[in-house]
Design a protein around this ligand. Sequence first.
Ligand SMILES: Cc1cc2nc3c(=O)[nH]c(=O)nc-3n(C[C@H](O)[C@H](O)[C@H](O)COP(=O)(O)OP(=O)(O)OC[C@H]3O[C@@H](n4cnc5c(N)ncnc54)[C@H](O)[C@@H]3O)c2cc1C
Length: 354
Amino acid sequence: MDKIYDVIIIGGGPAGLMTAFYCGTGGMKPMILEALDFLGGQSAALYPEKPVYDVPAILECTGQELSDSLTEQVMQIEPYVEFNQSVESIKQVDGVWTLTCKSGKVYQTKAIVVATGKGAFSPIKIGCPGEDDYHGKGLCYSVKHIADFKGQDILIVGGGDSAMDWTCTLKDVAKSVTLIHRRDGFKAHIGAVNQVKALSEAGEIQMLIPYEIKKIEGANKVEKVTIFNNQTNEETVKPIQSIIICAGFRPTADALKQWGLELNEKGFIKTHEICKTNLSGIFAVGDATEYPGKRHLIVMEFGEAASAAGAVSTHVYGKGKGGAEWWAGPKKKKTGNTEIDKDNNGQKQPVSAK
Ligand SMILES: Cc1cc2nc3c(=O)[nH]c(=O)nc-3n(C[C@H](O)[C@H](O)[C@H](O)COP(=O)(O)OP(=O)(O)OC[C@H]3O[C@@H](n4cnc5c(N)ncnc54)[C@H](O)[C@@H]3O)c2cc1C
């Protein structure tokens, strides 16, 4: 543990990866610590097959494709990466931060960028009857493989972007898609809501508002669902094989609280100018943070990544040195090799980081 890194980025989702990239363009060699055994964060873990349409200059890609491209881009700056390292505690002595992981591994660094997203992605439950009993037996909170839903009657629950996205995406493979939402207002973008309304009017899906789940039935897995109009109490029974609950994911801010970071009432890290937190030498980016005007969108996180890298550079090297820069490109010819192997003391390590 004698090495002191210039910067350690906690979390290898889109925000952490782009922060690493911009640190690299400024001449730093960042370390990324990732709790999972793959990079990409939510886009790889929660929606690998969902289309993404709002990343600049990419007309359309899946969550997995986005993760793969980002990883390939970031590997060009040759960061250190360690997988299965969930950071549990941080402590500062004389300007050097010590990070301790669940595995027992300890790292030291001059600066930290917290890019932990929404933490352990624990889904928000809606509390309907049978929700726990049928979880994993036809009831889920995210879609991993679109093909799993082929030919099924699907019930999607929610009024946010995920509910709208999955409705549009799954209608092409499912036998039928019914979207229910318990109230008239939507959290989703108006464009996405209008798209779903248009599909409903065209008879391609069914959208029912204000509806909730009353009962889930089935021997070992979901077979039938009773939904009800929460204003008139009118009930409808539908044959359903899959229920996708899109009520969002709760950020697990407990660890962050122990780290001494100032959080807002929703559990997000309060960041000030240029991604600074209340603690000197700790910066934060991405879904873990909130400030006035913040949107939890990848495009916004990419911007934060550049700001954070500049701020880290100033913190570590002083004003006017390094930071997020226009980049002249990789020194070596691009190989397209983002292969990751496992022979670094049992840790995976990008080939290019060796
Ligand atoms: C279903 C769905 C669809 C979406 N679609 C879009 C879309 O189309 N367009 C768009 O712009 N946005 C979309 N988003 C939002 C987007 O995915 C997030 O804004 C983005 O992933 C946030 O990136 P991040 O790097 O901050 O966090 P995350 O992607 O959550 O990554 C955080 C990483 O940190 C790791 N981590 C957490 N705690 C620790 C710890 N203590 N130690 C080490 N590692 C840790 C996690 O394992 C994870 O890999 C969608 C989100 C969902 C859920």
